[in-house]
Design a protein around this ligand. Sequence first.
Ligand SMILES: [Zn+2]
Length: 434
Amino acid sequence: MKRALPIALSATVLAGCAGPRTPETASATAALATVHVQEQATRLIEARVPRNATLASLLRAHQVSDEIVEHFVQSAKSRFDLRRLRADRPYRLQLGLDGVIREFTYQIDADKFLKVVGADAPRPDALPDFDVQVVPYEKHKALMSIRGEITRETPSLIAAVNAAGESISLALDLARVFEGEVDFGNELQPGDSFEILFEKIVREGEFGGYGDIVAARFTTGGRSFEAFRYAAPGQKPDYYDREGRSMRRFFLKSPLKFEPRVTSGFSFRRVHPVLRTARAHRGVDYGAPTGAPVLAVASGTVVRAGWTGGGGNSVYIRHDNGYETRYLHFSRIAPGIRAGVRVTQGEVIGNVGSTGLSTGPHLHYELLKGGTHVNPLEEHRKLPPGQPIPQASLAAYIAHRDRQAWRFAGSPDRALGRLAQAVTAAPTQTAAGN
Ligand SMILES: [Zn+2]
């Protein structure tokens, strides 16, 4: 059977794009000139690892001989656990027209890549040697700021963040920070605005994702909210408002990442869409596509994770204060989520699906208090915020807050600016947070 291969046949392009740190192979003598030309005549393949591929099957698919594949795999094994080859990760293979592997690179993760360089064979009749290295990407974090506005053309947070030149994941992060204060699904109106001070990761000169939002300001309907990321001594970093009150709520607003649509609310009586009988709907249905990640709304302990008949793949979590949350119809329960495991707020516990008694992909979500079902939409709102900055750390927090506020993108707050300068000048006022 002939395979159609995505091969870029190129002799000249290679010199320019042979990877970030390819050393020039010095072959300067005139006698080697023809060999050098031969070396240039290579095929470059840039693709992604197919499903269920092994390093060997991947190479064989590009007509590398079994003998070389075997030798290559043995060499690579010394530095790289071959089981870490993952579907859909990019790789690049440079082959000589003689079928010899010149170079192979594979992105192991966001931090490093595997690089195998084929050296000349020690003897004409021997196999080529392979130099195998795991190379860290050159990476740095840049502190950036943007300012955006909700307009008629950009009516949602995602659209407005896009218009400001950044992507959806930054919009989702921003929504998470303010979700206790702002209903991003319903409350936004033209004229609302935001400023975000955030970390952007640059990897090998290219965008490598976002770090943390360092500070943010959101103005909606004339009310302004601010949030600053800060780690009080002995605590994890978290977001606090101007006065050092926690932005965190006991429960996330919803178990889905952004603007979930409630397709069926909590009620004591409705006709069940599958069973066709009147029964209470003791939870809330969120419309969401198959595969959408589902988050634990609060930290707690998994009490059940598996098949529950009508609920299909389900996860139940017990929380403090006598609460329990239940998430039904998953297409897949996240790896490692099983009874007895501790989960933290916002952790992904599975993916939306339609397993069990369900008419289509959605998340059925229940909240119980002392063993009784309650309406999550009401209960989530009622609960008090998390712990504020401890009194002893408040002065350091205020100093940190004012330094960050000074760096916002838009028109900086002049009064805050002077204060920030004064604080920076005072050597005793060094805040420990980030
Ligand atoms: Zn339901």
